[in-house]
Write a protein that binds this ligand. Structure first.
Ligand SMILES: Cc1cc2nc3c(=O)[nH]c(=O)nc-3n(C[C@H](O)[C@H](O)[C@H](O)COP(=O)(O)OP(=O)(O)OC[C@H]3O[C@@H](n4cnc5c(N)ncnc54)[C@H](O)[C@@H]3O)c2cc1C
Length: 290
């Protein structure tokens, strides 16, 4: 099906995008890579009368390091994130998660900002951002504001972004020494979306015990969610295979699993535990060699 007709605008700057959003109110919608917006427009779930293209706004693209932070522009494509040497070095789990999104065509068009703003419950990057403790930067008519990632995802396809705001940047703090991160997903064989995906970041203390664990899941819950049961079970413990297994078994503790995801509860609990264990095991290996 074709989308409903709309007027196309190409913003040349963030200020212009914000002004166009303000001008068109509920009738305006940003487009970046278009790989989530266009499908919903073709299905007529979304019918914006004005589509505002931000893909060629120069200040929105690119990756740089500044003041202990990795700064990634919102329209940086998933392919660029996956292949960036800086990201592979600073946040390898982000590069590996971006590299497993859909297929090459999706990654060449899809952007990091579009992926986060769309907040698909089966998307990969929201869980990674939670595990990395990222901060998102939004700009709107009232100026710029930081949004800690823990406050960004508020429900199914819902974020803390106001309708008149542009997500401009993702800031990922450099990890402390002896930190390792990993992302593991069981992908839907047709789309690549996560049936379940677990992102884990583990920091080891001097004695080898887990000083800090940040673990988040996508796919099964209605929004990317920190796995606080897993984190609590591992923090302060030595990172042995048994401790990791015991912690991973708590993956669904306090997590509301979506009905839309098929199969029975025991299967989902096992899937969650297996992928949590795999992500934690690789994160710990990386922390040991960091
Ligand atoms: C076949 C297929 C397979 C896929 N597989 C996966 C997968 O395995 N894993 C995965 O994570 N994703 C997957 N995706 C989704 C893909 O990654 C999308 O590209 C991504 O979710 C959206 O990014 P985009 O740049 O295309 O955003 P768009 O489609 O352009 O926009 C999506 C939404 O975000 C808003 N938006 C975009 N940029 C901004 C911004 N800077 N500020 C505020 N709002 C903004 C738009 O208004 C729109 O509402 C798949 C998509 C398809 C079609």
């Amino acid at each position: 099906m074709y989308s409903a007709s709309f007027e196309y605008h190409r913003a040349g700057s963030v200020d212009e995008a914000v002004a166009l959003l303000a001008e068109h109110g509920d009738d305006g919608k940003l487009i970046a890579g278009g790989h989530s917006l266009l499908p919903v427009m073709k299905l007529r779930f979304s019918r914006p009368a004005h589509v505002i293209d931000i893909r060629r706004v120069p200040e929105l693209a690119g990756i740089r390091e500044e003041n202990g932070t990795l700064r990634i522009g919102a329209t940086t494509t998933q392919a660029v994130v996956a292949s960036s040497d800086v990201i592979r070095y600073r946040a390898p789990m982000l590069a590996e998660a971006a590299g497993r999104i859909g297929d090459a065509q999706i990654r060449n068009m899809g952007t990091i900002g579009g992926s986060l703003a769309h907040a698909d419950p089966a998307a990969d990057l929201p869980a990674v951002m939670l595990a990395l403790g990222a901060e998102l930067r939004a700009v709107g008519p009232r100026g710029a504001r930081p949004i800690p990632v823990g406050q960004f995802f508020v429900g199914l396809f819902s974020t803390a972004l106001a309708a008149d705001e542009v997500l401009v940047e993702v800031r990922v703090p450099f990890s402390p020494p002896r930190t390792g991160g990993a992302y593991e997903k069981y992908a839907d064989p047709a789309s690549g979306y996560a049936v379940v995906g677990v992102a884990a970041s583990v920091t080891l203390g001097d004695g080898g015990a887990v000083q800090r664990a940040r673990v988040a899941m996508t796919g099964l819950p209605s929004q990317a969610t920190r796995l606080t049961g897993v984190e609590a079970a591992l923090t302060g413990k030595s990172a042995t295979a048994d401790q990791i297994e015991a912690a991973a078994r708590r993956a669904l503790e306090g997590v509301e699993v979506r009905d839309a995801v098929g199969s029975d509860a025991a299967y989902k609990a096992n899937l969650a535990a297996v992928y949590a264990r795999r992500a934690l095991t690789r994160a710990v290996e990386r922390a040991r060699s960091a």
